[in-house]
Design a protein around this ligand. Structure first.
Ligand code: NAD
Length: 499
């Protein structure tokens, strides 16, 4: 069986802790590799290498640093198929979806090519008599990132590209479920010209994460994953004096107004609810039609579309709409929540519980599910399911619908489908959610805007990518400068007698 490594000091390094985690092929259920789980000593070695390398890297001019990003973009495009295949094999998502995962990371790398512009400071001429004042944006030093399984290419790049473009060294602790692509990205960054030790991958679980949170040299921690872990990392990281940003779970509502184009809304819900088996933090998991008649029309449109969904392994190519979920434990958790939905009285309109794929009986496939008449008190409404399960909550008015989304503890993404500009505008203005779609079901902002939720979906002050990333990965130093008045008249040629 393949034994994966860490990537430390520019080389693949075997784990020394003696602890490993299994990496599955979710389509077959087979263990295809084992990944080492680092201990605090292994993490400390990486930090030592990073802190030495970082000083030289920060002194490289920003444009030269940006050239590494330019070359890295070329290499990502060159290796797109290889990366997508490795990603699908460990994660389970379809190949086009895996290429999209790489692509949305690549776009942030492209944005970071503009780092020299983003890192320019500010200057006030003559802030006082003979006094100038200027502010510099300096690198933090050694930064770390802890990433989830569901975007093993995109989210690491969202973190390390801006961090490194700003002159930091970066230690990535990827998800232990799908660590191969992060290792490949580190190799490619070095092929693009990045000095050794600036991007390192330390694989691991809670032990490695705690070592990151407690290491005094590490200046900042970025985290993306579930809310309980986000809260934990934010608390421990901040109390250790680090700069921390943590992005957590989600329960994204899509409101369907009576005037919406119902075919468009149903198509959008299929992609946003079931794409990537619902394992997206921006997936729509709650549909909120306004009015009984809207709800009936929506369900009527949804059911045949859901029944046509093709579930299968990534090797099925374009014949597959979504693949398996990531682990047997994830599948068990989804099925358990579905049972609570049934027990608590929701109407299971599309029942995917009996789903079985011939030849892939041991894979972690979950058939598509649709619940109707879900209510606020049910577990399937309150909890993030992170699977191919859509819940329909019928609202009697627009106010009730917006109130549902506003009262939910998560606030990552949301959408409204309507032809009424006034309703859409009111929704965008009042809703307490970070990313809003108007007739767009998955409103993921592009690289030059910022990504981040509100409420329990985000802990910290600055979002991911866009201008916020350059704030998060630098600190400001302001210099107030006065020079003694010098010789302005030119040389003196006449001998002056002493006074
Ligand atoms: P997770 O919280 O289980 O794991 C995320 C990371 O934390 C992994 O690297 C993991 O090794 C580490 N970790 C797990 N348990 C830990 C512990 N007890 N102590 C310290 N570290 C620990 O999340 P996941 O299952 O990999 O990813 C799915 C979750 O991520 C979902 O909740 C999803 O909504 C969320 N997510 C959020 C965003 C966002 O931008 N808000 C984006 C993607 C995913």
């Amino acid at each position: 069986m393949q034994e994966l490594t860490h990537y430390i000091g520019g080389a693949h390094v075997k784990g020394t802790s003696g602890r490993f985690a299994d990496v599955y092929n979710p389509a077959t259920g087979e263990v295809q590799a084992k990944v080492p789980l680092a201990n605090a000593d292994e993490l400390a070695q990486a930090v030592e290498i990073a802190s030495k390398a970082q000083v030289t890297w920060a002194a490289v001019n920003p444009q030269r640093r940006a050239r590494v990003m330019m070359k890295f973009v070329d290499l990502l495009n060159r290796d797109m198929d290889r990366l997508a295949e490795a990603l699908s094999r460990e994660h389970g998502k379809t190949l086009p979806d895996a290429a999209g995962d790489v692509q949305r990371g690549l776009e942030v790398v492209e944005y970071c090519i503009g780092a020299p512009q983003m890192l320019k400071g500010e200057f006030t001429d003559a802030a006082g008599p003979g006094i100038d004042m200027y502010s510099m944006k300096q690198a933090l030093g050694v930064c770390a990132g802890i990433t989830p399984f569901n975007f093993p290419a995109m989210i690491p790049m969202w973190m390390f590209a801006p961090a490194i473009a700003c002159g930091n060294a970066f230690i990535l602790k990827p998800s232990e479920r799908d660590p191969s692509v992060p290792l490949m990205l580190a190799e490619l960054m070095e092929e693009a010209g990045l000095p050794k030790g600036i991007l390192q991958v330390v694989n691991g679980d809670k032990e490695a994460v705690d070592a990151i949170l407690d290491h005094e040299v590490i200046q900042s921690v970025g985290f993306v994953g579930s809310t309980p872990i986000a809260e934990y990392i934010y608390g421990r990281g901040c109390s250790n004096g680090k700069r921390v940003q943590c992005f957590g779970g989600a329960k994204n509502h899509m409101i369907i107004m009576p005037d919406a184009d119902m075919d468009q809304a149903a198509d959008a819900l299929i992609g946003a609810g079931y794409g990537a088996a619902g394992e997206r933090c921006m997936a729509i998991s709650v549909a909120v039609p306004v009015g009984e008649e809207t709800a009936d029309r929506l369900i009527e449109k949804l059911v045949p579309r859901i029944e046509k969904l093709k579930v299968g392994p990534y090797t099925g190519g374009n014949d597959v709409d979504y693949g398996p979920v990531v682990t047997a434990a994830a599948k068990a958790n989804i099925l358990k929540l579905i049972e609570t939905g049934v027990a608590q009285g929701a109407e299971l309109v599309v029942d995917g519980r009996g789903f079985n794929l011939q030849g892939y009986e041991d894979g972690f496939f979950v058939g598509p599910h649709l619940f109707d008449r879900v209510t606020k008190d049910m577990d399937i409404y309150k909890k993030e399911i992170f699977g191919p399960v859509l819940s329909c909550v019928r609202a009697q008015s627009y106010e009730e619908a917006i109130g549902l989304a506003m009262d939910h503890e998560y606030g990552n993404g949301t959408a409204i489908f309507t032809r009424d500009g006034d309703a859409a505008r009111d929704f965008a203005s009042r809703i307490n959610v970070g990313m809003v779609g108007i007739n767009v079901p998955i409103p993921v902002p592009l690289a030059y805007h910022t990504f981040g939720g509100w409420k329990k979906s985000m802990f910290g002050d600055l979002n991911q990518h866009g201008p916020d990333a350059f704030k998060f990965y630098t600190r400001t130093k302001t210099v107030t400068s006065r020079w003694p008045s010098g010789i302005k008249e030119g040389g003196e040629f006449n001998f002056k007698p002493m006074e």
